[in-house]
Design a protein around this ligand. Structure first.
Ligand SMILES: Nc1nc2c(c(=O)[nH]1)N[C@H]1C(S)=C(S)[C@@H](COP(=O)(O)OP(=O)(O)OC[C@H]3O[C@@H](n4cnc5c(N)ncnc54)[C@H](O)[C@@H]3O)O[C@H]1N2
Ligand code: MOO
Length: 422
């Protein structure tokens, strides 16, 4: 039975959801800069308040506001006390005094307001030599709290600074640094065993014998997984011998605990479909999905581990990742963020097998002005071997099942592969 794209996407989601729900959540503690893009595993409470102490928002004078409210309405002269740079604990401010204070410096006990230097007379700081016996006046007065950043006005000690499940970026990690937290407990990455199959497939860098090709899928899928926050625990090329495939799979799974086994190739209708031959009787289904490319798909479990078999054609593998696996990872592990999905005007006629959801590669150009939509031109044909066209594209162009032709100028949906283009 042919599945629709949506049915298979849902099946992939369910497969991973079930296994992640029963697995104990693994976490690891990493330093802040290494935690970028990771998902927080636990609530983090503020160990202290921010700001940690009342401090000055301006370069100016720390004062007692009450000193500046004389009954006569005349501006009052205050004695200038020792300056307070940032980074020290100053002595109590005596009544009738004003202490030069710098931005970020701790407010001395007794002071309750800061007057910016521009509002003082004189409006520049005294030198050390000038200060003894000097006075300063503040014609505008001051109210308690003026230009004071209160302790805890950003966050109070003990409250939740970041909730479990938060995706950590610069903004969140900067907060943790300010709170004095050097490392953070994050969810361990989703681990994948990646097997590229085929007797013809040879590692890049090795010379090709006639009929052989270099392995593109290991790199295409490993980098896609890595960009999606997953970890490739082991990647290798496996030959077309089902016995060998089964033996290597067992060996790899013993050495590398993983959350998913992902293969490419060996699943369609040929005489030597190694993945199909090795696993078909083993809790894995091989079925057609009404999508082009990416029609043949394998799904199930091997040795109790979720299994997905993607087709060998490189574009088919990549499209399978984008359409089925990446959205499930995003929804279930918190990473990655969904691809931006946008409407775009198709710049040329396109034809599609009406029974299938076709995914073409395109080059998306954003709209020139607000209120308009972007354009997308197709790159290469529908063939699933067109790696160069894939490499020059920045979007997947979706032509849904039931549509045999889309005329130039019609609106289609594109998924941006590079969010910088949105
Ligand atoms: N009679 C039929 N033949 C095919 C059908 C079909 O329905 N009936 N489906 C076609 C479609 S669609 C696809 S997609 C492929 C999928 O085949 P497999 O998943 O079994 O993949 P292979 O046969 O192993 O390889 C297909 C193609 O991709 C190349 N390849 C494989 N691995 C890699 C790699 N790691 N790096 C680069 N290129 C790779 C391989 O050499 C083949 O050219 O089946 C169609 N056939
Ligand atoms: O479905 Mo295959 O994936 O067309 O190339």
């Amino acid at each position: 039975m042919t599945r629709t794209v949506e049915e298979h996407r849902e099946a992939v989601h369910r497969l991973l959801e079930t296994s992640l729900a029963t697995a104990p959540q693994r976490t690891e503690t990493v330093e802040l800069v290494q935690a970028a893009g990771r998902i927080l595993a636990v609530d983090v409470r503020a160990p202290g308040s921010l700001p940690p102490f009342d401090n000055s928002q301006m370069d100016g004078y720390a004062v007692r506001a009450a000193d500046l409210a004389p009954a006569s309405g005349q501006a009052v002269q205050l004695h200038v006390s020792d300056p307070i740079p940032a980074g020290i604990a100053a002595p109590v401010l005596a009544a009738g005094h004003a202490a030069p204070i710098m931005t970020g410096a701790m407010l001395p006990a007794g002071a309750d307001a800061v007057v910016p230097i521009e509002r003082a007379v004189p409006d520049t700081f005294f030198t050390d030599g000038q200060r003894p016996g000097a006075t300063v006046c503040f014609p505008d007065g001051a109210a308690a709290g003026d230009f004071v950043r209160r302790s805890g006005s950003d966050i109070r000690a003990g409250t939740v600074a970041l909730a479990a499940g938060t995706r950590l970026g610069a903004l969140q990690l900067g907060l943790l640094a300010a709170l004095g937290i050097p490392a953070v407990q994050v969810r361990a990455p989703f681990r994948v065993l990646l097997l590229s199959t085929g007797d013809e497939v040879v590692e890049p860098g090795r010379e090709l014998a006639p009929g052989q090709i270099h392995d593109a899928n290991s790199t295409l899928l490993a980098v896609s997984l890595q960009e999606a926050g997953a970890e490739v625990a082991r990647a290798r090329i496996v030959t077309d011998s089902p016995d060998n495939f089964r033996a290597q799979l067992r060996e790899d799974l013993e050495a590398h605990p993983v959350d998913l086994v992902l293969t490419s190739g060996g699943i369609s209708m040929g005489a030597y479909e190694v993945v199909r031959l090795a696993l078909a009787s083993d809790g894995v289904q091989f079925l057609p999905v009404a999508m082009q490319p990416g029609g043949p798909q394998g799904i199930g479990t091997v040795h109790g581990i979720p299994f997905l078999g993607f087709p060998g054609n490189p574009v088919s593998s990549l499209v399978s990742f984008e359409v089925f696996l990446r959205p499930a990872l995003g929804a279930l592990t918190g990473r990655p963020a969904p691809r931006p999905q946008l409407p775009a005007l198709l710049s040329e006629d396109a034809h599609s097998p009406a029974a299938k959801h076709q995914v073409r590669r395109g080059r998306y150009t954003p709209p020139a002005g607000a209120g308009t939509i972007g354009r997308v031109e197709l790159v290469g044909g529908p063939g699933s071997h067109l790696l160069h066209a894939l490499a020059t594209s920045n979007a997947l162009v979706h032509i849904p099942a039931g549509t045999a032709a889309v005329p130039a100028g019609a609106e289609v949906t594109v998924w941006l592969l590079d969010p910088a283009d949105s």
